[in-house]
Design a protein around this ligand. Sequence first.
Ligand code: ZN
Length: 345
Amino acid sequence: MPARSKRGILERLKSGPVLGAEGYVFELERRGYIKAGPYVPEVVLDAPDALRELHREFLRAGADVMVALTYYAHRGKLKDVGRENDLEAMNRQAVRIANEVAREGDALVAGDICNTWAYDPKNKDASSRVVRAMYEEQLSWAVEEGIDFVIAETNDYLGEALIALEVIKGLKLPAMVTLASTRPHQTWDGYDYVDACKILADHGADIVGMNCDRGPATMLPIIEQVRSRVSGYVAMQPVPYKTEAAMPTFESLKTADGTNVFPIALEPFLCTRFEMADYARRAQALGVNYIGICCGGSPHYVRAIAEALGRTVPSSKYSPAIELHPVIGTRVEEKEKEFLVDWKG
Ligand SMILES: [Zn+2]
């Protein structure tokens, strides 16, 4: 098993916020290594250097955790794209690559499991067995390759999240369990998000909260309530999109003419790096312990979040210095001042 960091996730959380960075699938889709639609992380086997590079960019931007790209690398999804035979190789390689890059800095490695699409609350016993087997096989490979803790994410159902939690606790690893949030107030099996987080914490989840689906504006109010109900560690990893009360999730975002933009025409709704920095400051002020980003995330946001939390990270070397810009900087030559007429209107 590879040597890993001496300071584990719980120790780090105790001394201050931990910075997460996700959105691997969306970012690698944009870069041409994952197919939108199935969103299976085929990049792990097909273009491992592309995955290494993105891990490295997140690491340079200040991420404390390299999340193994095993999101959707489960039996059900691999079957959809005819790669069931690659299941074990894909899972093992994803964890190996996360470890390789984590060791270039001082990052932790998280195993990752997610919603399986196999869970059915109406057929709870039988579907739970299928889900449990999927989590057990993915995490047994992850543990053999070396992980520090496990993130179970984008859980639509509390019932499915509890299965993930049991499997993780069975491995004696710290568990971070976060809920997805496409419905206004409740999980798909009918639990208020805040209650569901409390139940997860009461069942032994070390970190609870939400990830994906919502942008900062519509996730923060829920997390504020979670923070007030849960005494343990709280996580939030929103998507960097301008969701609002009328369109609380990125799945519900529409352009003025009513066209849905999810998942591959979301750009008009992207937050700026300043908005994501602002979110990080608010999350920190609320007492959120694990502050991150989900689908749509990319390294410049992570750096902005890291710097908002008061850190200087490797890629801060190239953080903006707009004062040095030849036209809108602080020392503009007389001959360039003409540009400003057009630039500033
Ligand atoms: Zn996401």
